[in-house]
Every structure is written in structure tokens, then in C-alpha cells.
Design a protein. Structure first.
Length: 384
């Protein structure tokens, strides 16, 4: 019975002997290949064929090559660093906090084709105390199954104010229920549980909800989440965080962040869409100028009727697309509304100009060839 409990506590399919073999080979990586996640991924790819061995190599390299930075200034250093800046810092200094461990782990794994995400949350120590700072760990989809990893906690521990490096396989491919004893995701979707617990239940030291009335299909939810835009992901995350109960300040801060991200991504998405519309509008304008030049040459050199028609219909369809897309944009910030309306007016004016030329071409093509040339000359009405 004790043996079964021991095995379950360290995850499924664990093989310590196999780990040692992989770990030794990872230790042999040339130092010049440790300067980028790309070269590290290449080394792992060249030396390990299966995803199971590769993810072990990723975990071991990250956990054994980065030392936890206990300097308080480093813990809060550059919170707005980009993922690549975090990776560069960790690889250069060989130290960092959880966000550095996770970005390195995630980047190497993803470059190996192993789908990996970061999971934000808060933790509880072995004595039951809830942490006052948030934490971040990883999940990787290996051969169709999601596994949990914490390369930070798996790399060592703190003793009397000093960091002690020591691989802890308890945080490698950890059973979700086991990790949930100490790690609580802000978003309950990342509990990988059919009966996720609330924040209150985490405080009560539960790892599975006692309410079995409704089964949560986390696999389908994650798959759907991955198909959403960034703004939609943030909105869905905020909704689940709110639903699970805002128990402490860390959760409240994360909820505020996700709500901010919804607004930011929505505006960013609108900006990108508007920029695309402007680019399309300009291209339509360039093609329109080419058409007018061709018309001024009385459609010379001669070509087929279909090609003549396409010269105006192609840019006209662009303008129609611009008109349709700009109507779909909502919630424009007040400070940008004047510019937004100016773009709409410019598109509307362009549409009218295009339609006049479309009418001209349609009339031109409806006439016999002998009558077409007359359309290029103005009719002069003489009064008697």
C-alpha cells in the first residue's frame, strides 16, 4: 500500500533509472550549445527520439541549470520583460525566478514540437501557509496527455536563506491531484480535473470537489480555449477566475490583469483590423489610378472585355470589403473616434468614385465596338 502511494505521488509511468540515463546525457551538452533555447532544443532532438525522453531532458536541463535568485530585487526585476528577454536573462546569468524557469522550459519544449503552456496561480507551503506572491509553472501535452511540471520547485529548495540545488522529481510529470495539494491555478481549467475545486476548497486542503453533480470536460475546454483569439482567451479566463471565488489579493490582481488584457487586446485587435483596412484602401486607390490612366488612353492597348472590366472591379471589390469590415468594428476608444470616422468617410467617398467608373465600364461594354470610342469624347450641346 505504501509502495502504491509512493508511486502515485511521483506521477504516472515514472522510471528513475531511465531518468539517470537521460540526465547524464543532458549533462554532456557542450557549453556553446547552452547559449540559446534553439541550440538546446537541437541537442535534445539529436540525442533523444521520443517525446517522453525529450520532455525529461527539457525539465532536467532547466531545473539543473538555473539557480533560484533569492535577491529580493531580482524577484521583482523587470516585471514587464518580454518572454524572450526573460529567456535571455536566464541563459546569460543562469539564475532567475519562476517566470524565468518557465519561459525557458516552455520555449525549449515548444521548439521540440511539444505543446507547452504556462500556468499562473498561488501556492501553499507544507505547513499550510498561503504564499503572499504568485507563482507560475508548466503543463505539456506529451503523446496526447497533459502533464504538469514545476521546474522551479523541481530544481532545488531554500534552506536558511540559501538556495540548495537538488532535482526533485515530485514536480516532474506530476499527477494533477498531487500538485493541487500545493499549487492552485488562478484559472480552474488548468487543474486538469473533471471536478475542479474552488479557491475556498483549496484553503480547506481539498484536491477534488465534493460536488459531483456536474462534470467538467477540461479536455474539450482547453481545446476550445486554444482556438480563441487572445482577447477571447482573456475574457474566458477572467470569467472562470470570477466564478471560482476571489479569495485573496493575488487572485484579485490576476482578475484585474485579465480584464485589462481583454480591453487591451480588443483595442489592439481593432487597431490591427483598421490598419489592414487602411492598407487595403490604399492598394485599391493605387489600382484605381492605374485604371484611370488606362481609361485616359482609351483602353489602349486593346484587351478582352473581361480584362477591362476586372481592372475596375478588382479595386472596387477591395473598397466594398473595406466598407464591410469597418462596419464590424465596435467599441472604438473616444480618443480615436474622429480618425475612425474620417476613415469611414474616405471609404464612402471612394466607393462613389468607383461606382461611377463601374457604370462607365458597364455602359462601354454594352455598346457595339463601333460606338465605344465615342464615349471618350464629351458631347457638346449647341444652343440655337
Amino acid at each position: 500500500m505504501l509502495f502504491v502511494l509512493f508511486i502515485s505521488a511521483f506521477g504516472f509511468g515514472q522510471n528513475p533509472a531511465r531518468y539517470s540515463e537521460i540526465d547524464r546525457k543532458v549533462d554532456d551538452i557542450p557549453s556553446n550549445m547552452e547559449k540559446s533555447t534553439t541550440s538546446i532544443a537541437n541537442y535534445i532532438s539529436e540525442n533523444f527520439t521520443g517525446s517522453q525522453d525529450q520532455i525529461r531532458a527539457v525539465f532536467y536541463w532547466t531545473a539543473s541549470n538555473i539557480s533560484y535568485d533569492l535577491d529580493e530585487k531580482e524577484n521583482s526585476k523587470k516585471p514587464s520583460q518580454s518572454p524572450q528577454e526573460k529567456i535571455a536573462y536566464a541563459l546569460k546569468t543562469k539564475k532567475g525566478v519562476c517566470m524565468h524557469y518557465v519561459e525557458v522550459f516552455k520555449d525549449i519544449a515548444n521548439k521540440l514540437g511539444i505543446e507547452t503552456v504556462s500556468i499562473g496561480g498561488y501556492t501553499r507551503s507544507s505547513n499550510g501557509q498561503i504564499a503572499t506572491v504568485s507563482h507560475i509553472w508548466c503543463a505539456s501535452k506529451v503523446n496526447g496527455t497533459w502533464y504538469l511540471f514545476d521546474p522551479t520547485w523541481g530544481g532545488g529548495y531554500v534552506n536558511r536563506g540559501r538556495y540548495v540545488p537538488e532535482i526533485n522529481n515530485k514536480f516532474y510529470k506530476t499527477d494533477p491531484k498531487v500538485l493541487l495539494a500545493s499549487h492552485m491555478p488562478f484559472d480552474y481549467m488548468w487543474q486538469f480535473s473533471e471536478y475542479p475545486i474552488t479557491n475556498q476548497e483549496f484553503y480547506d486542503r481539498k484536491t477534488e470537489s465534493s460536488d459531483k453533480s456536474l462534470r467538467y470536460d477540461f479536455k474539450s475546454e482547453i481545446e476550445n480555449y486554444m482556438s480563441l483569439s487572445t482577447a477571447e482567451q482573456a475574457k474566458a479566463t477572467a470569467s472562470r477566475i470570477q466564478e471560482n471565488g476571489v479569495k485573496n489579493g493575488l487572485i484579485a490582481d490576476r482578475l484585474d490583469y485579465e480584464n485589462y488584457r481583454v480591453s487591451y487586446e480588443k483595442n489592439k485587435d481593432n487597431f490591427d483590423r483598421i490598419q489592414h483596412i487602411i492598407d487595403t484602401y490604399r492598394e485599391a486607390g493605387n489600382q484605381f489610378k492605374d485604371f484611370l490612366s488606362y481609361r485616359n488612353r482609351q483602353f489602349m492597348p486593346l484587351t478582352s472585355d473581361d480584362k477591362i472590366k476586372s481592372k475596375i472591379l478588382a479595386p472596387y471589390s477591395m473598397i466594398l470589403k473595406c466598407e464591410k469590415e469597418i462596419r464590424q468594428i465596435k467599441d472604438v476608444p473616444k480618443e480615436n473616434i474622429d480618425n475612425f470616422n474620417s476613415i469611414k468617410e474616405a471609404i464612402a467617398e471612394a466607393k462613389q468614385k468607383f461606382e461611377k467608373q463601374v457604370d462607365f465600364v458597364n455602359e462601354y461594354l454594352s455598346k457595339d465596338r463601333s460606338e465605344r470610342d465615342k464615349m471618350f469624347y464629351k458631347r457638346v450641346v449647341r444652343r440655337i
